[in-house]
Design a protein around this ligand. Structure first.
Ligand code: SF4
Length: 403
């Protein structure tokens, strides 16, 4: 897939846009002023694979905590870029605590709530000035929930004066207002002296078709890198499926330079779910690889017992655990390994041949052996109780010989 051309923006040690890999980022939900809790969650997110981490900076206590968070992370040897999320009062916080701007690697500005009426442009300028002073990039992040009312009202007004058949739908107006807000803010930031290689844009909506349309349009209007996200995606399966549908569609148009998955975590659940989902979206679309993948069939009346499901589950968990160790051992390329675990030979042999290494279990009425293929050739047939451990040994040998 040909990716949309974009300017490279350096955020701390991480490049975003141009030919850089599509980056994964996440956001904390601890009170930022609680330095220990925030540092601990940032480390958890980084360990899960988040390449950049954002946290809210909503008041003076949060702003005061920013350099302390940075310092503690440095002491613990974590250097992932940190992003401060500012709404309403960012200009005041950064004026009083310039150390916060200095400690952050990127500032997120929402043009829909940076200020209202005459104060909008001056507040926006104050944040841009601080970013320029400390050499930091910004993300101008437009969000449907806080859309710039000046632009939206202007478009509604223009629309109402058109002939009825030419009038745009409310969804079209939302998309247009978001794109205009992002691009007008980009131009304003440049007018205030910000260099093009310091600006990232986003236009998030919570509805799948609108977010696809917003990014499709925005991509035509700017060369800045785009941060993708379906905002307020929701909880559990609903949030994951909606996010995967939206982001996959946009990414498959070649659009997007960094992604964030905005899931509502279940009470007490780890915040890292959003990072794992982001990795799986990129891997399923063939854009990056993070973990060996398991191809397994759904099973049907031909699967002779629950053994097939148990093996598929055990091999999936085994690969996740071993991947961390292979990585520590300096192995490279194993992330792209495909392992097949199939319920019977009907599709099992084809999938096993197509995988790096694959096992087919015997279906009901089949010869009770499990053929194993590696690199398209049958290498052995496994029998009996030791099948799982024997298959794990074959995977280990495969990794040892190939990566
Ligand atoms: S591979 Fe065999 S067990 Fe799996 S779904 Fe297909 S026919 Fe059923």
């Amino acid at each position: 897939m040909k990716r949309r051309e974009s300017i490279e923006v350096q955020v701390g040690k991480v490049g975003i846009g141009a030919d850089n890999p599509i980056r994964i980022q996440s956001m904390t939900n601890t009170p930022t002023s609680d330095v220990d809790a925030t540092v601990s969650q940032i480390i958890e997110l980084i360990e899960a694979g988040s390449e950049l981490v954002r946290f809210t900076v909503k008041d003076f206590k949060d702003a005061e905590a920013v350099p302390k968070i940075k310092e503690k992370l440095e002491q613990e040897k974590y250097d992932a870029p940190l992003i401060g999320d500012f709404h309403y009062n960012g200009h005041l916080l950064l004026k009083k605590y310039p150390e916060a701007a200095q400690a952050l690697d990127k500032l997120r500005i929402n043009p829909g709530n940076v200020g209202f009426g005459n104060s909008h442009d001056s507040n926006f300028k104050m944040i841009i000035d601080k970013a320029i002073e400390f050499g930091k990039p910004v993300r101008i992040g437009v969000n449907f929930g806080s859309i710039d009312q000046r632009i939206f009202m202007r478009l509604m007004d223009e629309n109402s004066k058109k002939e009825q058949e030419e009038q745009k739908s409310s969804e079209e107006l939302v998309v247009e207002a978001m794109c205009q807000s992002a691009v007008e803010s980009e131009n304003l930031a440049k007018e205030y002296g910000m260099k093009p290689n310091k600006i990232i844009l986003s236009a998030k909506v919570s509805d799948v078709s609108s977010v696809v349309n917003a990014y499709t349009e925005l991509a035509k209007l700017t060369k800045q890198p785009l941060h993708l996200g379906l905002t307020e995606a929701g909880m559990g399966e609903k949030g994951i499926i909606a996010t995967a549908a939206a982001l996959s569609t946009i990414l498959n148009k070649g659009i997007g330079d960094t992604i964030r998955v905005s899931l509502t975590p279940r009470p007490g659940a780890s915040r890292t779910e959003e990072v794992k989902v982001a990795q799986q979206i990129l891997q399923a679309n063939g854009l990056r690889s993070f973990l060996p993948s398991v191809t397994s069939c759904p099973g049907c009346g031909r699967t002779s017992s629950a053994l097939f499901q148990e093996i598929a589950e055990e091999i999936t968990e085994y690969l996740q655990k071993r991947a961390k160790e292979w990585k520590k051992a300096g192995k490279k390329g194993f992330e792209e390994m495909r392992v097949a675990v199939m319920g019977c030979v009907v599709n099992g042999l084809g999938e096993s041949r197509n995988a790096n290494i694959g096992l087919s279990l015997p279906g009901s009425g089949e010869d009770p052996v499990s053929p194993v293929y590696a690199d398209g050739k049958e290498i052995t047939r496994l029998h009996g109780e030791t099948r799982i451990s024997d298959f794990k040994k074959l995977i280990e040998e495969y990794v040892e010989n190939h990566y």
